[in-house]
Design a protein around this ligand. Structure first.
Ligand code: PHB
Length: 416
């Protein structure tokens, strides 16, 4: 080892040490940059504090305004009970009035909610035409769309971003046809609204009712904006069926139909009125009074449902909005739909990605005020109980008393 070698090694050592320090500095700077990048792209601090926006599209005015009140209150009640912050993010409901069966308006409002308000979810949808008009926008923008009433089966197949927390018409009406045929009703006249849900209700009822040995003795399609039912009811009286299967959207129409049905003496003649809950839901029953006694309907929810969950739901509803009007099947769908959205946000830790959100929706299942519900991952529709109910006076009040339960009914109306 000579002197020159030693000096050379000393210099090399110094150079090596300097290089190490530089490398360390570069490494530290990279780690800092990487952390900043991770923070910026994965969990942006500003974003984390931003609200999760839910665009709520419902009829809040016009003949279907009650849909907006019931579903809107159902959503609001869930947030009131559980708080409006989920996974550190505030939930903001951006409400828009779709005014009823106006597909062009629904489409325009949904477009604005997506592009201008930048909503993370779309929710609501009272009527089938609104939901069908908005489905392509949900696909294009990849915005999860949570249906809280519109009930034509085909809706969920129109976009992979749709999930439904209400029911399908086949799901409710098939069990009713089956039950009617098995309970001594053999000759039925069918009167349905002249749009997609009406046609589905007619086909589903006829299929299960005739399979059980019943006969359809006549049918009519009724425009969804008429309140003049006397001519339809007179014709039904002339045909003299044993029962009438009726589907018209909940609200003003069932009340107007029932008035003619009573006034023209069909109740006195003993003609049985059968339908989905629309003909006699909680908003209709009190208006009709005793004329409603004996009406048979099928649905996934009744105020009279006996369970701890429903007792709490009704008590909290009354505390929030007063006891009347009572919540109907739409209120429960709004409440459960909001519950599901909150669970999805929680499971995603507040970071909303549409495809991951849809994967989470497919796993949803819980005990609702209506009974157990679970999303069928294939159709993104619910599997739930369907109850046959009869209007009765219980403790002085008119209620839809549950008289039979079809458990775990799938969206096609068959038991799973
Ligand atoms: C619908 O348009 O899909 C609809 C409306 C009211 C109902 C049920 C379904 O009660």
């Amino acid at each position: 080892m000579n002197h020159g070698d030693t000096e050379d090694t000393e210099e090399k050592r110094k150079a090596r040490a300097a290089r190490r320090i530089t490398r360390l500095r570069v490494l530290c700077a990279s780690v800092v940059k990487l952390s900043l990048l991770l923070v910026a792209f994965a969990i942006p601090p500003a974003r984390a504090a931003e609200p999760v926006k839910i665009g709520v599209l419902l009829p809040f005015s016009g003949p279907f305004a009650d849909f907006g009140r019931q579903i809107g209150n159902g959503m609001a009640l869930y947030l009131k009970q559980h708080g409006d912050v989920v996974a550190g993010r505030k939930i903001e409901l951006v409400r828009r009035d779709s005014e009823g069966a106006k597909p062009d308006l629904a489409k325009r409002l949904a477009q604005e909610l997506i592009t201008r308000d930048k909503v993370d979810f779309l929710a609501g949808f009272g009527l089938t035409p609104e939901a069908l008009a908005v489905a392509p926008l949900a696909t294009e923008a990849k915005t999860p769309m949570v249906i809280m009433n519109a009930a034509t089966s085909v809706i969920t197949s129109k976009s992979p971003y749709i999930v439904r927390f209400s029911f399908t018409l086949s799901q409710i009406v098939s069990p009713l046809g089956d039950w009617a045929a098995k309970n001594g009703i053999k000759r039925v006249y069918v009167a349905v609204a002249d749009y997609a849900p009406g046609y589905e209700a007619e086909a589903a009822f006829a299929k299960s009712f005739t399979a059980g040995g019943g006969t359809i003795v006549g049918s009519v399609h009724i425009p969804i904006n008429t309140l003049e039912f006397a001519a339809y009811v007179q014709h039904i009286k002339d045909v003299a069926p044993q029962g009438v299967f009726l589907f018209v959207p909940s609200g003003e129409q069932p009340i107007a139909f029932m008035k003619s049905f009573v006034a023209l003496g069909l109740v006195r003649q003993g003609v049985k009125l059968l339908g989905g809950t629309e003909i006699i839901d909680e908003t209709v029953i009190d208006t009709l009074g005793d004329q409603a006694l004996g009406v048979i309907s099928a649905q996934n929810y009744s105020v009279a449902h006996l369970s701890t969950e429903n007792k709490k739901f009704l008590a909290d509803w009354a505390a929030a909005f007063g006891p009347k009007p009572e919540p109907n099947f739409m209120a429960v769908a709004g409440y459960d739909g909001m519950h599901a959205i909150a669970e999805v946000i929680e499971n995603l830790d507040g970071r909303i990605d549409p495809d991951r959100a849809m994967a989470e929706f497919k796993k949803i299942g819980f005990l609702s005020a209506r009974g157990p519900i679970a999303i069928d991952p294939e159709t993104r529709d619910l599997v739930e109980s369907v109850y046959i109910r009869k209007v009765a006076r219980v403790g002085g009040a008119l209620v839809n008393q549950e008289i039979f339960e079809f458990p775990r009914v799938g969206p096609d109306g068959r038991a799973e």
